[in-house]
Design a protein around this ligand. Structure first.
Ligand SMILES: NC(=O)c1ccc[n+]([C@@H]2O[C@H](COP(=O)([O-])OP(=O)(O)OC[C@H]3O[C@@H](n4cnc5c(N)ncnc54)[C@H](OP(=O)(O)O)[C@@H]3O)[C@@H](O)[C@H]2O)c1
Length: 269
């Protein structure tokens, strides 16, 4: 699996990772299968795992913790603090709770899940800096932030850097291309593309058959290949089906050509 630099940090993360929304809510055999899917994905190189305190009200983090407990050093764990926990003490407590559920000593990337109009960003970022200095988190990221909100967040974080912005991006959801994506490319922030497979509504992307045949790839693979074409972007598809996990892990085994990238881009503009 190819890796890309995370923001301006020296850290390299896989171009394709795994999401965990709606993971961890089932019990018994269903849970075992979800753990197996994550283990398989890690084995195939998708060692960036994205989760959040809100997913399954903690169940997703618990499942990730169970999946990685004997291989913690092989994975890069990204989690998120919810906007209702953006007060200084709340951020510290939320992080501690996530760390406990994950069963780890630190979270690699801790992201503000959504911008908040209620808590001043300076207060939230002061807590994020405290978490970095206590070694509880390694990197700070944001999610669903506009350019203006990212700039404001950066101002509020004098001792650390914002390394990433996690936003919706797929062949059929392209709104970041006008402003946010060029900004992140220029400022060297990683875009972590969520819902890169349109939450499974893959047929909506209507990838031309000629392109599928040319690369011997499935529509989902072309979608992931396309969405990660630009160097600033990594993607976090969620897959519980083992066949999907394997497909996603091999989606960038060959790169679509520049001409095909542009042709697909034009078709879905
Ligand atoms: N920051 C945010 O606000 C935010 C918001 C939404 C999501 N996220 C993150 O982004 C992650 C990804 O988004 P998402 O889970 O909503 O949607 P997604 O990754 O676009 O799509 C997931 C769906 O696609 C199916 N799928 C996966 N691989 C496939 C393949 N190769 N072929 C056909 N179908 C495939 C999955 O089915 P199976 O499970 O059956 O394999 C699942 O139903 C989330 O899990 C979460 O971590 C973040």
């Amino acid at each position: 699996m190819d890796k890309r630099q995370l923001g301006r940090s020296g850290e390299k993360i896989p171009v394709i990772g795994m999401g965990t929304w709606e993971v961890g809510d089932v019990q018994n055999e269903g849970r075992t299968l979800e753990i197996q899917a994550i283990r398989k994905g890690i084995e195939l190189g998708m060692s960036l795992i994205d989760t959040a305190e809100i997913y399954g009200y903690g169940n997703a983090e618990k499942l990730v913790g169970d999946a990685v407990k004997d291989i913690r050093d092989e994975v890069f764990i990204a989690s998120k603090v919810s906007a209702h926990h953006f007060g200084y003490d709340d951020v510290l407590n939320a992080c501690e709770s996530s760390i406990k559920r994950l069963g780890v000593e630190h979270i690699d990337l801790y992201q503000l899940h959504w911008p908040s109009s209620k808590v001043p960003i300076k207060e939230t970022m002061r807590a994020m800096e405290e978490l970095v200095s206590r070694g509880k988190i390694r990197y700070v990221g944001v999610s669903n932030f506009s350019v203006a909100q990212t700039l404001e967040a950066r101002e509020a974080l004098p001792r650390s850097e914002i390394v990433s912005n996690q936003v919706r991006y797929s062949l059929t959801h392209r709104s970041i291309e006008s402003e946010l994506l060029p900004f992140c490319e220029k400022e060297k922030l990683t875009i972590i593309a969520y819902q890169p497979l349109d939450s499974g509504r893959i047929s909506q992307a209507k990838i031309p058959q000629a392109i599928l045949d040319k690369y011997g790839m499935t529509p989902a693979q072309i979608m992931l290949n396309w969405v990660t074409y630009r160097d600033a972007v990594v993607a976090i598809p969620k897959a519980s089906n083992p066949k999907h996990v394997e497909e996603n892990a091999t989606a960038i085994r060959a790169r679509i050509s520049g001409d095909d990238y542009r042709a697909i881009s034009r078709k879905f503009e």
